[in-house]
Design a protein around this ligand. Structure first.
Ligand code: KIV
Length: 290
C-alpha cells in the first residue's frame, strides 16, 4: 500500500467507529458484513476507481468499495457502462486494493464478461480475484444469471447481485432515469432477490426502486440489501463517489445527496493556478529549489 503520510490529508481522522467490531488489522470479509447486518448496524459502501480515493474512503469508515463499471462513464468517458471491459477494470481494481488495508473490495463484472454463461463468468471472476486482488465480484440480473452465480460461488468467489435499475441493460430499460419495480414488476424483483440469495449471493444491490419495495426486499432477505435509491430501510447504502462529492454535474437522480462541491473547488483551484502561472506568481521563491 502506498505511504501517503507525507501528503496533505494524512491528518484525516481514522475510520468512523461504529457500534460493532470492525477489524483494524485485516480486510473486512463478507462474514463481517453479514454480522453487522445481523446486529442491525447500517454500513456504507462507495464506488472507487483509484488508490487515492480508496484510501480516503477507507479512512472515513466506508466498509466496502465497489470498483464499478460506472468508471466507464466517469473515468473513461464512455456514454454508458456497456463498452467497459475486464481489461479496463482490472488496473482500477489493483489500484483500489493497493490503496486499502481493511475495506472489502468488490469488482464489477462488466457487460459481456458473464452474460454468455457460467464459464465466462468464472473466467472473469477468477481474473478479478487473481489479477485484480478483489475479494468479491458483482453482476447484474436475477434469475437469468443464477447459473453464473452458482458457478462463481461454487468456485469460492463471493457474489454480490444487482437488481432494479441495472445500467448494463440501458438499451432495454427505456432510459437510465426510470424507477424500476413498480406494480407487478416489484413481485418479479422480489422473486429475483430471493433466488439470488438462495444461489449463494452474499449481498444484493438494489438500485432506483420505490422505498417500500426496498423495505420488502430487505425484510425478506437475510443477506445484506445495499440500497442506491431504494429508500432508508435497506441494510446498507452505496453511492457513486463523484455524485456524493459533487464532481458530477447536470441533473442527478433524486436519491443523490451531494456532501461536497468538489467540482466548484477543483475548478477554482485550477483557475487560480492558471492565473498565477500567467501572472508569474507561481512558482515563487518558496516553491523553488535554491
Ligand atoms: O458500477 C457501479 O458503480 C454500480 C453502482 C451504481 C452500484 O453498479
Amino acid at each position: 500500500m502506498p505511504d501517503f503520510s507525507e501528503r496533505p490529508g494524512s491528518e484525516l481522522p481514522g475510520p468512523a467507529s461504529g457500534p460493532g467490531p470492525w477489524p483494524a488489522d485485516r480486510r473486512i470479509t463478507i462474514r463481517d458484513l453479514q454480522a453487522a447486518t445481523d446486529r442491525g448496524e447500517r454500513w456504507s459502501m462507495l464506488t472507487s476507481y483509484d488508490t487515492l480515493t480508496a484510501g480516503v474512503f477507507e479512512q472515513a469508515g466506508v466498509r466496502a468499495l465497489l470498483v464499478g463499471d460506472t468508471s466507464g462513464e466517469l473515468v473513461l468517458g464512455y456514454p454508458s457502462t456497456v463498452p467497459v471491459t475486464m481489461d479496463h477494470l482490472i488496473p482500477m481494481v489493483q489500484a483500489v486494493v493497493r490503496g486499502t488495508r481493511t475495506a472489502l473490495v468488490v469488482a464489477d463484472l462488466p457487460f459481456g464478461s458473464y452474460q454468455s454463461g457460467p464459464q465466462a463468468a468464472l473466467a472473469s471472476g477468477i481474473r478479478h480475484l487473481k489479477e485484480g486482488g478483489a475479494q468479491a465480484v458483482k453482476l447484474e440480473g436475477g434469475r437469468r444469471v443464477l447459473p453464473q452465480v452458482d458457478a462463481l460461488t461454487g468456485a469460492g468467489i463471493p457474489v454480490m447481485g444487482h437488481l432494479g435499475l441495472t445500467p448494463q441493460s440501458v438499451n432495454v430499460l427505456g432510459g437510465m432515469r426510470r424507477v424500476q419495480g413498480r406494480g407487478e414488476a416489484g413481485e418479479e424483483l422480489l422473486a429475483d432477490a430471493l433466488a439470488l440469495e438462495r444461489a449463494g449471493a452474499f449481498a444484493v444491490v438494489l438500485e432506483s426502486v420505490p422505498a417500500d419495495l426496498g423495505r420488502r426486499v430487505a425484510d425478506a432477505l437475510r443477506v445484506p440489501v445495499v440500497g442506491i435509491g431504494a429508500g432508508p430501510d435497506c441494510d446498507a447504502q452505496i453511492l457513486v463517489w463523484p455524485d456524493l462529492a459533487g464532481l458530477t454535474s447536470g441533473r442527478l437522480p433524486r436519491f443523490v445527496r451531494q456532501y461536497a462541491d468538489l467540482r466548484h473547488d477543483l475548478l477554482d483551484a485550477a483557475r487560480r493556478y492558471t492565473e498565477d502561472v500567467a501572472a508569474r506568481r507561481y512558482p515563487d521563491a518558496a516553491h523553488s529549489y535554491a
